[in-house]
Write a protein that binds this ligand. Structure first.
Ligand SMILES: Nc1nc2c(c(=O)[nH]1)N[C@H]1C(S)=C(S)[C@@H](COP(=O)(O)O)O[C@H]1N2
Ligand SMILES: [Mo]
Length: 171
């Protein structure tokens, strides 16, 4: 009896795991594409070899809100959006480095550790409002300056790319 229950539980677990693996497949965007993740071997592409996201897809991912001062804003602002880590997981991206590219020609090299070891936010909102391009939107990479003030320096400022449109994952 006991073994049967255990076996049943084990197969239940196996089925659940398999189901959640296929649920990891990335849906196709239905709204305007605001982010494209590119890289050699994404495991969850949804557009050719790339992973495209609209706002709703990004805002469904695990995220956080951090209220903080930044060099680019006045007073304390609540930045919210998915964690960079969740976005990369959704795309099935693995690599050592990221090239975070803005709509203008600016791009920054961001080590993968900044996604995996730091709760960096790919901010979609400031004080609850989506950001226009003029306000550094639609996406702004925000380090958790509220949690770790030692990040508040030029090294991380230069990686704080605004008007992001693409993240290229490199080996
Ligand atoms: N889209 C975009 N993001 C960017 C930059 C840029 O030119 N374009 N400059 C980066 C650099 S090098 C730094 S130090 C800070 C500069 O912010 P500041 O121009 O407000 O001083 O933003 C970073 N993010
Ligand atoms: Mo800079």
């Amino acid at each position: 009896m006991r073994t049967t229950a255990l076996n049943f539980f084990a197969s239940f677990l196996a089925v659940t795991c398999l189901t959640s693996t296929s649920a990891n497949a990335l849906d196709a965007p239905t709204g305007e594409v605001i982010l494209t993740v590119t890289g050699a071997d994404l495991t969850h592409p949804n557009a050719g070899g790339t992973a495209q996201f609209d706002l709703a897809m990004l805002e469904k991912l695990a995220g956080r809100t951090g209220t903080m001062e930044t060099p680019w804003t006045k007073g304390k602002i609540a930045f919210s959006g998915p964690l960079l880590k969740s976005v990369l997981e959704a795309a099935g991206a693995e690599g050592k480095s990221l090239r975070v590219k803005a709509m203008n020609d600016y791009a920054a090299e961001v080590p993968m550790d900044d996604a995996t070891k730091i709760d960096t936010i790919l901010a979609t909102r400031m004080d609850g409002e989506t950001m226009s391009i003029r306000d550094k939107g639609p996406l702004f990479l925000i380090y958790p300056f509220d949690v770790d003030s030692s990040l508040y320096n030029e090294k991380y400022f230069s990686r704080s790319v605004w008007q992001i449109k693409e993240i290229e994952v490199t080996k």
